[in-house]
Design a binder for this molecule. Structure first.
Ligand code: LLP
Length: 408
């Protein structure tokens, strides 16, 4: 997005602010779909709502023919609100309350069983068709905090010790109808081999279900995980992502003798690069060790650097060149609240605008009110026009649901 546009948007809506390029979101949706042209079976794409849950963004993605992957009653409500059809929504949390399960059954969405104990709750809620989230024990070679299919992971029904197989068997005995299997091996993956390994294991499991339990699945959901470039990593493209699955799925279908649909759940790839955080420089502080740019946001606005040591490119709006090395420091009372470390930037002064790039995924959706900081506003730019899509929270909002008892 053009710096002069960013400047005028920040002038109008204030900082800290999330700004999204809606045209880029649409472009990423199209790119993802195109990469699957010629895929051996019918495909469905369920956008992982957790990456960016803002309704205006969800609507853009829904309009591109995507379904939705949700993990809570809140995300389910957002997806329904944005117009996703229940049959295009899949619910994949590892820990669902009986109420969550009831809400999912009532909404007639696809539900994944993550643990044999959920079978009874689905049955009680009157559910019949179920999918199973399995854990294929694949090392996705990504950050340990976003690796989800290792043997020690909390997610899914492990293949080990026949846990997954026995859960499917138990569900059949309980009168449920298995219609799908699901896995998600991790996030921000830039290596095809892990996806291919997972694909092979999923197809083999489907073959076993057919042979031993005579189950024909409607779909196999391979999850998301396609990484994006944050720094100078080698790009991993949607074509490579689709390619990683293609032969394993084709071979599996031959062994199966029927063709279940293949579902995918991209989150980050669709929205990461479309989002920027704009923050204002409160002042520049020099210490014996460092020059800090103190900005008006912190990990309450973008937690990825603090939580995953994630690298986000930063720039100074309207300025070029590299003259000084700075850390971009957040305003929270935590030493770990550093948004970017040792960055060469043009000379920064009070009042400058810092842009933090690739913040569209797991940015606002992970924001918090830590240190009593209100949540930022969000603006969506489409066709060169800026639209406010979420109003800034106010300090008053922070008190709204609190109760003070005068007698305490
Ligand atoms: N499907 C399931 C079941 C998931 O749990 C996730 C992400 C996705 C799909 C989408 O994965 P993606 O395509 O976005 O990689 N907060 C972390 C990422 C956590 C991902 C959680 N699950 C971060 O900021 O890196």
């Amino acid at each position: 997005m053009d710096d002069s546009l960013l400047k005028s948007i920040a002038g109008k809506y204030g900082t800290p602010l999330y700004v999204y390029d809606g045209d880029l979101v649409l472009e990423r949706c199209r790119q993802f779909k195109n990469a699957f042209k010629g895929f051996p079976v019918k495909v469905k794409f369920c956008y992982a709502v957790k990456a960016n849950t803002s309704l205006a963004i969800l609507k853009l993605i829904q309009n591109q023919g995507f379904g939705a992957d949700v993990v809570s009653a809140g995300e389910l409500d957002a997806a329904l609100n944005a117009g996703f059809k229940p049959s295009d929504i899949i619910y994949t949390s590892n820990s669902k309350s009986d109420e969550d399960i009831k809400a999912a059954v009532k909404a007639k969405i696809n539900i994944t069983i993550d643990n044999a104990a959920e079978i009874e709750a689905v049955e009680k809620a009157g559910g019949r068709k179920v999918a199973f989230r399995v854990n294929p024990d694949v090392d996705a070679k990504t950050h340990p905090k976003v690796s989800t299919a290792l043997s020690g992971s909390k997610f899914g029904l492990h293949f080990t010790n026949d846990i997954a197989f026995n859960a499917v068997k138990k569900a059949v005995q309980a009168g449920l109808q298995p219609v799908g299997i699901h896995c998600h091996i991790g996030s921000n993956i830039k290596d095809a081999t892990a996806f291919t390994e997972a694909a092979g294991k999923m197809m083999d499991f489907a073959v076993r279900l057919k042979k031993e339990l005579d189950i024909k699945l409607d779909f196999i959901d391979f999850g998301g995980g396609l990484g994006v470039q944050y720094k100078d990593e080698i790009a991993f493209t949607p074509e490579q992502f689709a390619g990683a699955y293609k032969s394993a799925v084709a071979e599996g279908v031959k062994k199966l003798g029927y063709a279940p649909e293949a579902w995918f759940e991209p989150g980050r790839f669709i929205v990461a690069e479309a989002g920027i955080v704009l923050a204002k420089v409160n002042n520049v502080k020099e210490t014996p060790a460092k020059k800090f740019v103190n900005v008006d946001c912190g990990f309450n606005v973008l937690v990825r650097p603090a939580m995953y040591d994630a690298y986000h490119k930063v720039g100074v709006v309207g300025k070029n060149g590299e003259q000084e090395t700075y850390d971009i420091a957040g305003y929270l009372c935590e030493s770990g609240d550093i948004l970017a470390k040792d960055r060469a930037l043009p000379k920064v002064v009070k009042g400058d605008l810092i842009k933090i790039q690739n913040a569209g995924a797991y940015g606002f959706s992970m924001a918090s009110n830590y240190n009593s900081q209100p949540l930022p506003a969000e603006v969506l730019v489409k066709g060169g026009k800026a639209h406010l899509i979420r109003k800034r929270q106010t300090i008053k909002d922070l008190y709204e649901r609190q109760l003070t008892h005068s007698d305490l």
